[in-house]
Ligand binder design. Structure first.
Ligand code: HEC
Length: 155
């Protein structure tokens, strides 16, 4: 009897330990942010006004605001993945018209290791867009992924 129990315990012990480990990991790791593409569409069109430069179809042409300073890159052709896309939205592309949407960017060196002081007066420094929450960045990226990236020319 006792031996049977021991065998049973031996059989289940690894599963038990694994369960505990997974649970411990769950509470240790921060919840990863998941973007909501529906909300991302609102961010794209009305909050971040990405549409002004990148166009409604994200091709950098269609329906963009002709008075916006520069055509945006074609988002349909980008080859970047989520984390890098989120970084471009948070940090922008200094030296181009692509704004940064994280309020504290370039106040400390969270973006590309650079602060405002690293930019001279005679170059285009970082341009501040509207301040996003981190969730906004994930939402807009989810929208790009659902409706633009890799989809070829809009029809
Ligand atoms: C004022 C114009 C402007 C606005 C507004 C703007 N962008 Fe951009 N964006 C650009 C330009 C110009 C580039 C190309 C920068 C470069 O040459 O590297 C760019 C590049 C990007 C890239 C990198 C693409 C690649 O493959 O390199 C992403 C992603 C992007 N924009 C997303 C967004 C999103 C999302 C928003 C809104 C939250 C937004 N942009 C708002 C002008 C803009």
């Amino acid at each position: 009897m006792t031996q049977n129990r021991l065998r049973l315990l031996a059989a289940f012990l690894p599963a038990l330990m694994l369960g505990t480990a997974v649970y411990a990991q769950d509470i240790a790791a921060e919840e990863p942010l998941v973007g909501d593409p529906e909300r991302g569409k609102v961010v794209y069109q009305r909050i971040g006004i990405c549409v002004d430069c990148h166009g409604w179809a994200g091709d950098g042409r269609s329906g963009r605001n002709p008075r916006s300073p520069d055509a945006g890159a074609s988002l349909r052709e980008t080859t970047m993945f989520v984390e890098d896309l989120v970084e471009v939205v948070r940090c922008g592309r200094p030296g181009t018209q692509m704004p940064h949407f994280e309020g504290a960017a370039y106040r400390d060196d969270r973006c590309y290791g650079l602060t405002m002081e690293d930019f001279g007066d005679d170059e285009i420094g970082p341009i501040h867009g509207k301040t996003f929450r981190e969730q906004d960045a994930y939402d807009v990226v989810a929208y790009l992924q659902q409706s633009m990236i890799g989809l070829g020319d809009p029809n």
